[in-house]
Design a protein around this ligand. Structure first.
Ligand code: CP3
Length: 359
C-alpha cells in the first residue's frame, strides 16, 4: 500500500473514487462495491420501467438507459453505476439480426458457420452510436462523484453467440470452428475486437471512468487454447483503448470471465488492471495466481444472496477478508445478480462491506 491518504467520499470525483483507486491499487476509504446485473429484474422499478419495451430497444433509448442505470445507485448506494446495455448491442447496431428472448438470452437469426458468413458481418459504424454517447454524457452529469463503468463483450464470448446461434453450455460448435477454421476464426475475432473497441471508445470519450470487458464464457477453454486463440484479440480491445489522446491517463480496465480459475494469469496478462474472479477460487488464492501487479474483483457466489442473513453475513465477511490479500479489491458477486434476489439483501451487503472495510 502507498502512503497517500484516501480522500473522504464527500470530496471525491469519479477519477478519485474508491473504485478507481482500488483498481489502481491505491488506498481507499472503504472497499468499493457494485454488482454485475445490479440493474435488472431483481428491481421492481426496473420491471415497471421495462414493461412493454423489448430489451434491445430499451438499450438504444437514452432516457431509459439513463434511468435504469441510475436505479440501483439510488436504491443500494453502490460505489459505481454500470451502463445499462448488452454485450450483443454493437452487433445489433451494426445490423446483425439478434433478439434477446426473455429467460433465454441472445438468439441470432443466421448463425455464423462459414468463412463467407464471417465476411458478410457488417462493420460497426461509430456514427450509429450517438444514442450511446448521449446516454453516457447524461449519466456522468447525473452521477456526480460516482464513477460510471462502461463495458463491452469480449470477442470470444460474442463469437459463441454468433456461432452457436444462442446460449449454449458446451460451446462445441464454437470450439470446432476455432480448431477447424483458424483463418476464419482469426478474421472473426479481429472484427469483433474492432467493434468492441469502438463501442468502448465511445463510452470512454463520453466520460465513463472505468471499463469492464466481459468474457463470460472464456472458462470453457484450456489455457493453451485461450492463450493462442483468444487472448490476442482481447488484448487488441484493450490496446485500442490505450491509443487515446496524448497525455490521457489510461482508464482502469476490469477483465471478467466465469470458470476462469485456470486462466487467471492469462486474463490478467491480456491488459487488465483488475481481474474478475467468480466464486470458485477464493480471493487469496486468486491473488497468488495473478501476482502482485493486479487488483481483484468478486467473488461472492450470487446464490448466497438467496440464503438466510447469517449465511450472507458470514460469506460477505469472508470475501472482504480474503480480498485483503490482493493489491486492491472491488467487492462484487462472482457473476450477475440472480433475478429472484431480494433487493433488500443487496442494499444490506453494500452497507456491510462498507462497515467491514471502513478505515
Ligand atoms: O447491471 C448490469 O450489469 C448492466 C447491464 C448488463 C446487461 N447485460 C443487461 C441485461 C450487462 C453488463 C450485460 C452483459 C451481458 N449480456 C453478458 C455478460 C455478463 C454475463 O452475464 O456474463 C452476457 C453473457 C449477456 C447476454 C445476455 N443478455 C444474457 C445471457 C441475458 C439474459 C437472458 C434472460 O432473460 O435470462 C441477456 C439479457 C439481459 N441483459 C437482461 C439484462 C438486464 C435481462 C433482460 C430483461 O430484463 O428482460
Amino acid at each position: 500500500m502507498g502512503t497517500a491518504a484516501a480522500p473522504t467520499p464527500a470530496e471525491t470525483t469519479p477519477a478519485d473514487s474508491d473504485l478507481v483507486r482500488a483498481a489502481r491499487g491505491l488506498p481507499v476509504s472503504r472497499t468499493p462495491v457494485w454488482f454485475m446485473r445490479q440493474a435488472g429484474r431483481s428491481l421492481p422499478e426496473y420491471r415497471a420501467l421495462r414493461a412493454g419495451t423489448a430489451m434491445l430497444q430499451a438499450c438504444q433509448d437514452p432516457d431509459l438507459v439513463t434511468e435504469i442505470t441510475l436505479q440501483p445507485v439510488r436504491r443500494h448506494g453502490v460505489d459505481a453505476a454500470i451502463l445499462f446495455s448488452d454485450i450483443v448491442l454493437p452487433l445489433v447496431v451494426a445490423g446483425v439480426d439478434i433478439e434477446i428472448k426473455p429467460g433465454v438470452g441472445p438468439v441470432v437469426a443466421s448463425p455464423v458457420r462459414t468463412v463467407a458468413d464471417v465476411d458478410a458481418l457488417p462493420p460497426l459504424e461509430p456514427d450509429r452510436l450517438d444514442f450511446l454517447a448521449t446516454a453516457v454524457r447524461r449519466l456522468v452529469a447525473e452521477l456526480g462523484p460516482t464513477p460510471l463503468i462502461g463495458f463491452a463483450g469480449a470477442p470470444f464470448t460474442l463469437a459463441t453467440y454468433l456461432i452457436e446461434g444462442g446460449p449454449s453450455k458446451e460451446h462445441a460448435r464454437t470450439k470446432a470452428f476455432m480448431y477447424a477454421e483458424p483463418a476464419a476464426w482469426q478474421r472473426l475475432l479481429e472484427r469483433l475486437a474492432v467493434s468492441a473497441a469502438t463501442f468502448l471508445r465511445v463510452q470512454v470519450d463520453a466520460g465513463a471512468s472505468v471499463v469492464q470487458l466481459f468474457d463470460s464464457w472464456a472458462g470453457v477453454l484450456a489455457a493453451p487454447d485461450y492463450a493462442s486463440c483468444v487472448l490476442p484479440y482481447s488484448r487488441a480491445v484493450f490496446d485500442g483503448l490505450a491509443a487515446g489522446r496524448a497525455g490521457e491517463r489510461a482508464i482502469p480496465r476490469i477483465h471478467f470471465g466465469v470458470g476462469t480459475g485456470e486462466l487467471l494469469p492469462l486474463i490478467a496478462d491480456a491488459g487488465a488492471d483488475v481481474v474478475g474472479v467468480d466464486w470458485r477460487v477464493p480471493l487469496d488464492e486468486a491473488a497468488r495466481r495473478v501476482g502482485p501487479g493486479y487488483s481483484l474483483q468478486g467473488n461472492l457466489d450470487p446464490a448466497v444472496l438467496l440464503a438466510d442473513r447469517a449465511t450472507v453475513d458470514r460469506e460477505v465477511t469472508r470475501v472482504v477478508e480474503q480480498g485483503r490479500a490482493a493489491r486492491g479489491h472491488v467487492f462484487n458477486l462472482g457473476h450477475g445478480v440472480l433475478p429472484e434476489t431480494d433487493p433488500g439483501v443487496l442494499t444490506h451487503v453494500v452497507e456491510l462491506v462498507h462497515e467491514l472495510s471502513a478505515r
